[in-house]
Write a protein that binds this ligand. Sequence first.
Ligand code: NAD
Length: 353
Amino acid sequence: MQIFEQMMRRSHEQVVYCNEESAGLRAIIAIHDTTLGPALGGVRMYPYATEEDALLDVLRLSKGMTYKASVAGLNLGGGKAVIIADPRKDKNEVLLRAFGRFVETLGGRYITAEDVGTNVADMEYVLAETSHVVGISVTQGGSGDPSPVTAYGVWKGIQATAHAKFGRDDLEGLRIAIQGLGKVGYHLARHLVQSGAQVTACDIDAARAKAVGEELGIEIVAPETIFDVPCDIFSPCAMGGVINDETLERLQCAAIAGAANNQIAEERHGRLLEEKGILYAPDFVINAGGLINVYCEMDGYNRDRALRMCDTIYDKLLEVFRIAASDDALTTHDAAQLAARRRIEAVRRLRSL
Ligand code: NAD
């Protein structure tokens, strides 16, 4: 594979291959764009079938982080790291510390955090070797689990979506279907119930779904039927790729607004949503609360500040909807990317003064 060609295709600044044989570490760190600030993004641990798969994943994810940070108005660039290993078998202190030493060599150009396959406890090993890590535990002076803050931001984003689609901010009586009652979905459901919404939800963990259903008094349906639930807003809070050819035939909602990353399977599905009259809140705008939360950790964590910054997701989404509405050629997903690029370009021009 031509690595420079892949980097140029997505305008990456730097790709770092990390090899520490004694620790069994094989990792790739990708720094996409540092115009707005240091590149921040989690480290994913996954047993990629090939090095090529790992490289393509880290390039794609790091670019997404640039856009997410930019739209959220943060002074951060986009980066990501992948460790080619199985978190169930290969994860240990030495491996994570070895990764931390490579992060340290970048002198703060890249800041790491937890991601799929790593967790808050793992970041404490990374912290032993570098200060360029966020998302560490509250007991270590960090911000801990970001999920409640992410859920708060998604709740604000659902209010903005209701405003744009139904001309109202209050969620009283709105029918909202949530896919996934995990760390984010649970807190989101709680906010929605408190707002008077009529929530239907599911989770493949049947025991968890039942317990949350009883606690919050919400309707629980089988996971395979969630796409068929007639509702005002569908909120994907489980995995990516849920908006695809098959589900588009089934969805009976007026809008989609949820926490899951990479909800649209392919870019063309954004256009198909629009053709069906379904308003889509771009995932990387509405789910920025987790990133905002770790950003706030960088100069002394304050939960209230993180929540106030999440309030701005409301206005950011309305701006994205406005840009999309002003140009027929743009989906809301395109509009969000455009808003991200515009801010980066404006700051880049400023630097040249
Ligand atoms: P989680 O693992 O705690 O929860 C996901 C839940 O979805 C689990 O309970 C799981 O059983 C359920 N699930 C999986 N597949 C399902 C299916 N097909 N149908 C129904 N339920 C299913 O994860 P989370 O932290 O709550 O994150 C949820 C989503 O939001 C993920 O896509 C994640 O990448 C994204 N996200 C999370 C954060 C955060 O702060 N945690 C921030 C940004 C984005």
